[in-house]
Design a protein around this ligand. Structure first.
Ligand SMILES: [Fe+2]
Ligand SMILES: [Fe+2]
Length: 356
């Protein structure tokens, strides 16, 4: 897409079908924008209803374990450090998407949830006596001197990056929850009900973030299939966790997470890339790369995937089903407060799709 800013009005020439049943780019941008806006409103209501916990009062901090292993202590500090860059994560992406109502407003809400994660991990490190208050303050001052920069310059790549990054973060916390539940061999002594509640609450937020970005990315896939597939390929080729280059003790954090099987190359390949691709209906990295290559050999004038090769790259029926399900969800939500009668979010089929 040229811009994520939807045109204020759709001129007659932009209305579908145009030509031969192809939706114009500006019309597609507008449809995506409206879909994300509808999803954002649904998300907000759900977030407030189900995940509105408080960092300080929501957990029994006085009773968190104070004898975690050095490995777990290091990982907790690493979690805090990665989440501590939330002003950069929120602000820089917000600048990029500020003209999209749905994405910009979501970014603010997302930032408010991520901010809770930074403060919750701060409490976890502090109350578990993994670091003294002085050590932690000093560490915070040190890391925040560096600034996180966007890993990609365009909104679509950032969106896809965030899908995989949220999945990776979720996985980190799920694996920490397993340790806290006493379910990781060799780490039984790190079991702790308070840490379990913390890791589970944050992992649940990350799952919600992952789903929001995934649904948004699927909308792009539906209206801009080839560009989205290319962005997915680019992102997984160059993926790195956000604060990797910023933390002075990244290596120690990485080694601790690797040792405890919380996160490492194996988890990335199996539980981040493979799972993410599957949810885009893509069988494998290789299928994705081959499909793009073959499609690019004979692109049509609209850059659309009318070649048969691309349809073999992923499961088109699955994407259509997922997108339709998204609109059903949004419409169901809008009907709860009468938006369905005033200004409903409407699904407009993309005629280039030829499900098999
Ligand atoms: Fe987070
Ligand atoms: Fe998140």
């Amino acid at each position: 897409m040229n811009s994520i800013y939807p045109p204020r009005e759709i001129i007659e020439a932009d209305r579908p079908p145009r030509p031969a049943g192809v939706l114009s780019r500006s019309y597609r941008d507008r449809l995506i924008e409206r879909g994300i806006w509808g999803l954002y409103r649904w998300y907000t209501a759900r977030s407030q209803e189900t995940r509105n916990w408080n960092v300080d009062l929501g957990f029994d901090w006085r009773n968190i374990k104070t004898t975690f292993s050095p490995t777990v202590k290091q990982i907790l500090q690493g979690f805090f450090a990665v989440e501590q860059y939330v002003p950069d994560y929120t602000g820089k992406a917000l600048d990029l998407v500020r003209r999209s109502h749905g994405r910009a407003h979501f970014q603010i809400r997302w930032g408010s949830e991520e901010e809770k994660h930074a403060d919750t991990w701060w409490n976890a490190v502090l109350f578990s006596k993994s670091r003294t208050p002085e050590e932690l303050s000093e560490y915070k001052d040190l890391i925040i001197k560096k600034e996180w920069e966007l890993p990609w310059e365009d909104p679509l790549h950032i969106l896809i990056y965030t899908v995989f990054q949220e999945r990776a973060t979720q996985l980190n916390y799920i694996n920490m929850a397993k340790i806290a539940a006493g379910q990781k061999a060799g780490y039984e002594d790190d079991a702790c009900p308070v840490l379990l509640k913390v890791a589970t609450a944050i992992a649940t937020d990350e799952a919600a973030h992952y789903n929001f970005f995934l649904e948004s990315a699927r909308l792009h896939m539906y209206y801009y299939p080839l560009e989205t597939l290319e962005a997915i390929r680019d992102v997984i080729q160059h993926f790195a966790m956000p604060a990797q280059k910023l933390l002075p003790d990244w290596q120690a954090f990485f080694e601790a997470a690797y040792k405890a099987a919380v996160y490492g190359p194996r988890e990335y390949a199996r539980d981040v890339v493979a799972v993410g691709l599957q949810q885009f209906g893509i069988e494998s990295r290789k299928a994705l790369e081959d499909g793009i290559k073959r499609t690019r050999l004979v692109p049509d004038e609209e850059g659309q995937m009318t070649q048969s090769a691309i349809w073999e790259t992923f499961d088109p029926n699955g994407i259509v089903r997922d997108v339709q399900r998204l609109y059903t969800k949004i419409n169901g939500f809008e009907a709860k407060f009468g938006m369905d009668l005033i200004d409903p979010t409407q699904f407009v089929p993309n005629p280039v799709w030829k499900p098999v």
